[in-house]
Design a protein around this ligand. Structure first.
Ligand code: NAD
Length: 485
């Protein structure tokens, strides 16, 4: 069978078998030096024949993944207006929202929408319509790991303007060159968008992606009962980190209720994790008061304490009766954590002194340095292992190669959201679920932990493709148990 070639196929071009074509295209892909050029090459392959792309990507997943996902996707988003011409996906702005309904009506096959407003793309800030790269990347991953046909996925950017001055002043920027909509105008715009999606594609799953923290949490709550939806930065992160935590406490022969957790950073990622831990405790009969007593949080202003004054309703429950401080060592000495979870983008903040202190307190400390990219990680695997004299159980947002210390090999775990969102999306696309609850993320975390292999916190990444359909099936059963279907 030959690949569907475009009208540009040269005269006399001989048809090849699928295998020959796959090999030929891999040769082309391998010859390309620049990651961004590889991104463009893969994008045109998706444009040409999504099915062929899926086959190609599955064969070369370790090479394709860093191109369509982090790290290259970040550069693709930053340069989106300059490098992109044809791509799958739509920009919805105040100028185009009037034709959204008509547009979506022509796409009844769409099952999953990944939508961003481009305000907080990875750790790169406001990239406006460049956020399309992230939405595109995530939809490709739904296809690669969730087995959802690419044509049934749709990347969308809500083009509500940008506050990125470089883009506002650039003649290349292809989005709306106005400051972002905010307040009531923003709310009304998103509301109109959700209503149109719900009306035209009532079965669709809406994945919120890379919104700034306050909008992310607000929109998730506002629409969770309105439309089948979830936020990967909040709930996906919570699911995979929870899986790592459950495995880690088992590995050290402890229980989560015996651990004292200090969250360094109190944004979308860490708040989502903390809230899922509360859910875990509740399902295990631990009172909320007791669960909260075991969790402390710090943000850029320091430890979240009762004396700090005005706290948002998200943070207030975590406030402690401790001395206000911005110094991590002081936080550790006063709260005495056994688990340290960093999502603060403060590179190297989990230093030798910090790791030695927590090792004294915990014997086997659980250390998670979730900040991305690698250069932002709170510590490396090597530092966690060396400074804890081999006692730390370590997970991170970015991958770290195994390290050898005193003759023993130590593996870290990459707490990658890929363990969560394709399974959740596949489940949601296959059934008429009314609402995606945090309990489902907890069930997924427990299942992931159970599927791990010895000395690891998560199942091997290579087995993820085969695992996702099973996880999705399990989630369908759990959703039925929760009367969500
Ligand atoms: P966010 O912007 O919502 O939150 C960042 C938090 O860090 C804020 O609470 C901020 O106050 C705090 N902070 C900033 N400077 C600080 C300082 N000096 N001391 C203490 N806290 C400080 O961002 P987010 O979405 O929560 O993401 C945070 C990081 O986690 C990013 O690097 C992101 O890439 C990473 N992340 C990893 C995963 C994963 O591992 N699966 C998933 C999501 C996010």
């Amino acid at each position: 069978m030959a690949l569907n070639r475009s009208i540009f196929q040269p005269i006399g071009y001989q048809n090849q078998t699928r295998e020959e074509e796959l090999r030929r295209r891999y040769l082309q892909f391998s010859r390309i030096q620049e990651p961004l050029d590889k991104f463009l090459y893969l994008n045109s392959m998706v444009e040409e024949d999504p099915k062929f792309f899926s086959e190609f990507a599955k064969l070369h997943v370790s090479e394709v993944l860093p191109i369509v996902y982090t790290p290259t996707i970040g550069a693709a988003c930053q340069n989106f207006s300059i490098i992109m011409n044809k791509f799958r996906g739509i920009f919805v702005s105040e100028h185009t929202i009037d034709i959204l309904e008509e547009t979506l009506k022509k796409m009844p096959e769409v099952e999953v929408i990944v939508v961003t407003d481009g305000e907080r793309i990875l750790g790169l800030g406001d990239l406006g319509v460049g956020g399309m790269g992230i939405s595109m990347g995530k939809t490709l991953l739904y296809s690669l790991f969730g087995g959802i046909d690419i044509k049934k996925t749709l990347p969308i950017v809500l083009d509500v303007g940008t506050n990125n001055h470089d883009y506002l002043n650039s003649s290349h920027y292809v989005g709306v060159k106005k400051p972002r909509l905010k307040g009531a105008e923003y709310e009304a715009f998103v509301d109109r968008f959700v209503k149109i999606v719900k009306k035209t594609l009532p079965h669709v799953l809406l994945q919120w992606e890379d919104f700034a923290k306050d909008n992310a949490r607000h929109l998730l709550k506002k629409y969770e009962n309105e439309i089948k939806s979830f936020n990967d930065d909040i709930q996906g992160t919570a699911g995979v980190t929870m899986a790592c935590l459950i495995s880690a406490v088992k590995e050290k022969g402890s229980r989560l209720e015996n651990e004292r957790i200090l969250f360094f950073g109190a944004g979308s990622a860490n708040l989502g994790i903390a809230e899922l831990i509360l859910e875990y405790h509740e399902s295990n009969g631990v009172s909320k008061k007791e669960a909260l007593a075991h969790i402390a949080m710090a943000d850029s202003k320091g430890l979240i304490t009762k004396s700090r004054g005005e706290l948002s309703s998200d943070l207030a429950p975590f406030a402690k009766d401790l001395t206000q401080t911005k110094d991590l060592m002081e936080m550790i000495r006063s709260f005495k954590p056994t688990v340290l979870i960093g999502a603060s983008m403060q590179s190297g903040i989990f230093n030798e002194e910090v790791i030695k202190e927590i090792t004294n307190l915990a014997k086997r400390p659980i250390i998670m340095a979730l900040s991305n990219p690698t250069s932002k990680a709170e510590c490396t695997l090597k530092e966690a292992i060396e400074f804890s004299d081999g006692h730390a159980i370590f997970a991170s947002g970015s991958p770290f190669a195994p390290v050898t210390y005193k003759g023993k090999i130590y593996h870290g775990t990459q707490a990658n959201n890929l363990y969560v969102f394709p399974a959740m999306g596949l489940m949601a696309s296959k059934c008429a679920i009314k609402k995606i609850t945090s309990k489902l993320f907890l069930e997924l975390a427990i299942a992931l932990s159970e599927a791990r292999e010895e000395n690891h916190l998560l199942p091997p990444f290579q087995k993820l493709g085969a695992l996702v359909p099973k996880l999705a099936e399990l989630l369908v059963h759990k959703a039925k148990d929760q009367r969500l279907i």
